[in-house]
Structure formats: structure tokens, C-alpha cells
Design a protein around this ligand. Structure first.
Ligand code: ATP
Ligand code: MG
Length: 292
């Protein structure tokens, strides 16, 4: 079998108005693998905004081994961004805990061990490309010469060596996202969280960036969590695809992608790729049908 499917966790009981006891975990949390630097562990995560009886996320438990590339897919509003933000300590769970490398996630964020890339590049218009990438190093009080050297090396890695002195207004959308990726990597974080980073790009640019990102992931062995609405993109990039349901948001299923490690333009033409795309699509339609 080219891939395996993890059965959907049993449907949790209806949400109580306010959960009275620690929420049971619905995923496999075993051993000490969560202690690896770069591993992410969600333990019984609930999130509500205002009304606890209408949680946005309900009892999400999940472990991402260090060095994985995990894509998250699900209907709009199911809580993908909310979950990702909590993985990066940009938002707090209402209940439950996120741990990275065996510690509370806040430690990793404070140590600049988590990089972020969002749908919009969010570059500083008045700073050159190089100085945009230097920003996180400034926050870490890294000296000027080292900042410059590391930013240039990172920009080289994402193919922007020729654009280091340009300003954001002079960049294409794809170039701007490359700058955002370089900025997220310059602190050498073991974890990078990406929320639809290529969603606003044309398909050809997106295909190219996907393959570049995959190559970068293979070279650097980072843990990447990647939110997308594109099933082929999720399959092409990932070691595992997480399918979320909504009302309330939850992890419905995880699908291991066992395509060859090296993903190229050819990968999207092999039968195993189509089989995996079909499997993820069926899982997504299935959960969306149940959520109607
Ligand atoms: N700060 C907030 N205050 C109130 N409600 C919020 C807040 N942030 C998110 N929500 C709600 O939480 C739910 C999940 O939002 P989230 O942005 O996580 O969805 P998503 O899966 O990322 O959707 P999309 O695919 O459209 O980006 C939505 O119903 C949204 O309205
Ligand atoms: Mg979102």
C-alpha cells in the first residue's frame, strides 16, 4: 500500500456548556517522542470566543513528530488558523495545552524557535528585502554584521540573492512570499507554521514555490505545519494530511502520504499521487457531508 489511513477518532460526546473535567484526549499520545526538539503536541485543546457552549475547537489532541511536514485541510471556518495560531503561541487555548519539544509552547516562541508565514507577506515597505529578513535577528539583538550575513544566506537559499536591495513595492507576489519564508527561517527555528502561504499566487508560481519549499524542508529537516485549501498541494508536500471537520472544529482524520521522499514536477503525474488526492478528497467530502 502506498499510504495508510489512520481511522477517524471516535466522535466525542456533545460539548458540555463548560467542560468540568480535563477533556479526554482523542489522538494517540504515546511515549516520549513529544520531547524531541521540533515535535508539537496538542493536548485536549478547546477554544471558544465568548460562549463556551459554542466552541470553535473541541477536544483536539494530536502529536506532530519532529521533522514532519503536516498539511491541515478543512472547510472555511473549521478552525485551521485558530489551531495554527495556538501551535505558535499567538493565541491561547481556552482549555488544554500545546507543547513543543516537551515544554509549553510559550518557551519555544520566546526563544524564537517558531517561524511563521501567513497568506500576506506582511513586509515592511520602508525596509529593503535584506533588512526585512534581518528583522527577527534585530529582535534577538544579533549584531549587525552577523545579521547581514545570515539574512543574505537565507535569501540565497530561497533564490532571491539578486533582489536583496529591492523594496517590497518592487517585488512580485511570489518574490514577496519568498522574502516572508526567508524571514521565517533566518532564526533557524525547528518549527515553521504556514497559513495558506501561497493562496494568493498564480498556479505556476505556486507549483514552483511548492517544490522549492519541499526541497528546503528536506534539506533542513524542520517541522512544517501547512494550512491549505488545495488538496493536490497538501498531497504533494506532506508526510501527513490532517482533515478537519467543523461545528465544532476538530480533527476528523489523518492520512499518511507515502509518496517517494523526493517530490518533483513528475510526482503529480504518478498513479500514487492521484490515489492519495482521491483519498484526501473523499475524506474531506465525507466530513463536510456529515457537518452539513
Ligand atoms: N478573534 C476571534 N473572535 C471571534 N471569533 C473568531 C476569532 N477568530 C476566529 N473566530 C471564529 O473561529 C472560527 C474558526 O476561524 P478560523 O479563522 O480558525 O477558520 P479557518 O479554518 O482558518 O477558516 P479559513 O479557511 O476561512 O481561513 C470561525 O467561526 C471564526 O469566525
Ligand atoms: Mg484560516
Amino acid at each position: 500500500m502506498p499510504r495508510t489511513t489512520t481511522a477517524a477518532p471516535a466522535a466525542p460526546a456533545p460539548a458540555p456548556a463548560v467542560p468540568a473535567t480535563p477533556a479526554p484526549t482523542s489522538g494517540a499520545l504515546t511515549g516520549t517522542a513529544g520531547d524531541e526538539r521540533g515535535a508539537i503536541e496538542l493536548r485536549g485543546i478547546w477554544k471558544w470566543f465568548g460562549d463556551p457552549s459554542a466552541p470553535v475547537l473541541r477536544d483536539v489532541s494530536f502529536r506532530i513528530p519532529a521533522g514532519s511536514f503536516v498539511s491541515v485541510i478543512g472547510a472555511s471556518g473549521c478552525g485551521k488558523s485558530t489551531m495554527l495560531r495556538m501551535m505558535g503561541d499567538l493565541a491561547r487555548p481556552s482549555r488544554g495545552e500545546v507543547r513543543t519539544g516537551g515544554h509549553p509552547v510559550s518557551q519555544a516562541r520566546q526563544a524564537h524557535e517558531i517561524g511563521f508565514v501567513f497568506q500576506a507577506a506582511n513586509l515592511c515597505a520602508w525596509r529593503s528585502v535584506r533588512r526585512n529578513v534581518e528583522l527577527p535577528l534585530e529582535a534577538m539583538k544579533v549584531g549587525r554584521a552577523e545579521r547581514r550575513e545570515r539574512a543574505l544566506a537565507e535569501l540565497d537559499r530561497v533564490g532571491l540573492a539578486a533582489a536583496v536591495n529591492q523594496y517590497p513595492a518592487e517585488l512580485s507576489g511570489g518574490m514577496a512570499q519568498r522574502v516572508a519564508i526567508a524571514r521565517s527561517l533566518v532564526t533557524e527555528p525547528p518549527i515553521v507554521l504556514m497559513d495558506e502561504p501561497f493562496g494568493a499566487l498564480d498556479e505556476i508560481t505556486r507549483d514552483r514555490l511548492n517544490l522549492d519549499l519541499h526541497g528546503l524542508w528536506r534539506r533542513t529537516a524542520k517541522t512544517i505545519v501547512f494550512v491549505t485549501h488545495s488538496i493536490p498541494e497538501a498531497v504533494l508536500l506532506s508526510t501527513q494530511v490532517v482533515v478537519m471537520g467543523r461545528r465544532p472544529g476538530r480533527i476528523d482524520r489523518t492520512i499518511d502520504i507515502t509518496l517517494p521522499d523526493e517530490r518533483t514536477a513528475e510526482t503529480s503525474r504518478i498513479p500514487e499521487f492521484f490515489e492519495a488526492v482521491t483519498e484526501v478528497r473523499d475524506a474531506l467530502f465525507d466530513v463536510m457531508g456529515r457537518d452539513l
